[in-house]
Design a protein around this ligand. Structure first.
Ligand code: NAD
Ligand code: UGA
Length: 437
């Protein structure tokens, strides 16, 4: 199949590289000239495990191409995937900003000649696919096309595996002809038993938000339970194990932490709430998940303050991990972006390390932050180490060495429960985890 992907970000690039890897001919189109130039020279704009080699393979086999110009890709494309960003609106009201999606619709309409399937892969509120169709019809009344909603469920850091072995492929579609085209696009994955859920445009659009909201609720739930554990003297690690072993609940997404971040859960929960509100429908659990998450991030600041004896002033704190999760360079809505500015404001010296996220974090964090090359440099002369993101390289630190490098009475605040309290105390640390006493 010939496929055009519009928007070469986390989703567009991964989708393009994977489709090319599955044997299709793919054009990745982006308005960002620099990004496209760099991709053409072999540069990869994001860190995502396995992506560089998959892109290199697609390019070498002439199945993956990059351009800023829609015309050539549109000439041949059987299917055009819209994968541009849908960030929270700059007005701060929680609505999804659909400017990029609608701009693509206007732009591609002029190039539509032969029958083409237009697929929305961006996460968009209910009704957007129909609005995109209206825009295209308005701009080009002769256009021969069908609209499909095909939301994406991949996770950053595991994006290629998620794309290649999806739990399901959701296809919102109204015409058999369009369904056949999309089925053919995904056929290589269906041969590997990826199940297809065929549904309406509206159901497909809403199912994406419902899935993200459910996961956000699950995380906020365990975070609140972890906080209760701290008060009543229970241990959230064993609790999550006990609860998660119930097959109806499952053990995934029951890891307490500093609050979820990333480019999607925070914005998607708010956008879903807006949709519900507009329809006069309550979604109280989603609202609660978002509120609990904000409170959890703020709570982490108090946790660090209490751990160092009640005052952050003139303390030196080493931060391990700036990204919202491991195996990505993405810092969007990361807990580090809430915690670090608050520490600096209270007069703390912050030394920070991250394996991949420093460049992105630098753009967002106060200039006072000192970035260091590794965990041990961060720990040097620190009063406290705070582990925010559970990168593998932070999982087996030489704690004897860390302790020697730190000031006397070293404190370790483990916001991901990576280390065991008893062992850390035996080593001479004051250890503070989440949901443990
Ligand atoms: P991103 O910000 O990484 O990339 C978006 C890209 O679109 C940018 O490169 C931008 O230059 C480009 N773009 C904007 N306007 C354009 C236009 N008119 N023509 C061509 N290109 C244009 O975004 P992302 O993280 O890949 O997310 C894309 C969508 O997928 C969002 O709706 C998001 O919610 C959804 N999603 C993201 C993830 C994820 O893990 N990041 C997972 C599932 C779904
Ligand atoms: C999430 C979903 O998992 C994907 O299915 C979805 O496609 C994507 O959002 C999206 O729509 O963009 P992602 O944000 O990449 O993927 O990462 P997750 O692994 O879901 O983690 C999100 C946040 O939740 C991270 O900050 C992570 O640390 C936190 N989290 C996750 C916890 O605190 N505890 C957990 O048990 C799991």
């Amino acid at each position: 199949m010939n496929i055009a992907i519009i928007g070469a970000g986390y989703v567009g690039l991964v989708t393009g590289a994977c489709f090319a890897g599955l044997g299709h001919h793919v054009w990745c189109v982006d308005i960002d000239e620099q990004k496209i130039q760099s991709l053409r020279r072999g540069g990869i704009p994001i860190y995502e495990p396995g992506l560089e080699s998959l892109i290199a393979k697609g390019v070498a086999e002439r199945r993956l191409m990059f351009t800023t110009d829609l015309e050539d890709p549109m000439l041949l494309a059987d299917a055009v995937f819209i994968a541009v960003g849908t960030p929270a609106s700059r007005r701060g009201d929680g609505y999804a900003d659909l400017t990029y999606v609608y701009a693509v619709a206007e732009n591609l309409a002029q190039y539509l000649n032969d029958y083409t399937v237009i697929v929305d892969k961006s996460t968009v509120p209910v009704g957007t696919a129909r609005e995109v169709a209206r825009i295209i019809e308005g701009a080009n009344p002769q256009a021969d096309f069908d609209m499909v909603s095909n939301p994406e469920f991949l996770r950053e850091g595991a994006a290629i595996e998620d794309f290649m072995r999806p739990d399901r492929i959701v296809i919102g579609v109204e015409s058999d002809r369009a369904f056949d085209v999309i089925k053919e696009v995904y056929d290589p994955l269906c041969i590997r038993n990826a199940p297809i859920v065929k549904t309406t445009l509206e159901t497909a659009e809403l199912s994406k938000y419902a899935a993200n909201a459910f996961l956000a609720i699950k995380i906020s739930f365990i975070n609140e339970v972890a906080n209760l554990c701290e008060v009543v003297g229970a241990d959230v690690l064993s609790l999550a194990q006990a609860v998660g072993m119930d097959g109806r609940i499952g053990d995934k997404f029951l890891h307490p932490g500093p609050g979820y971040g990333g480019s999607c859960f925070p914005k998607d929960t708010l956008a879903l709430l807006r949709t519900a509100q507009e329809c006069g429908q309550d979604l109280r659990m989603v609202g609660a998940a978002a509120e609990v998450n904000n409170a959890q991030k703020a709570r982490m600041i108090k946790k660090i303050k209490d751990a160092v004896g009640g005052s952050l002033e003139d303390k030196t704190v080493a931060i391990l991990g700036l990204t919202f999760k491991p195996e990505t360079d993405d810092v969007r809505e990361s807990a580090a972006l809430t915690i670090i500015p608050a520490l600096i404001e209270k007069g703390t010296v912050v030394k920070a390390h991250d394996p991949k996220g420093i460049e992105e974090a630098r753009r967002e964090l106060p200039k006072e932050v000192q970035y260091v090359a590794d965990s041990y440099s961060a720990a040097e002369d620190s009063d406290c180490v705070v582990l925010i993101t559970e990168w593998n390289q932070y999982r087996a630190l030489d704690m004897e060495r860390i302790k020697k490098l730190m000031k006397v009475n070293p404190v370790f605040v483990d916001l991901r429960n990576v280390y065991r309290k008893q062992k850390m105390e035996e080593l001479g640390f004051k250890y503070v985890g989440i949901g443990q006493v």
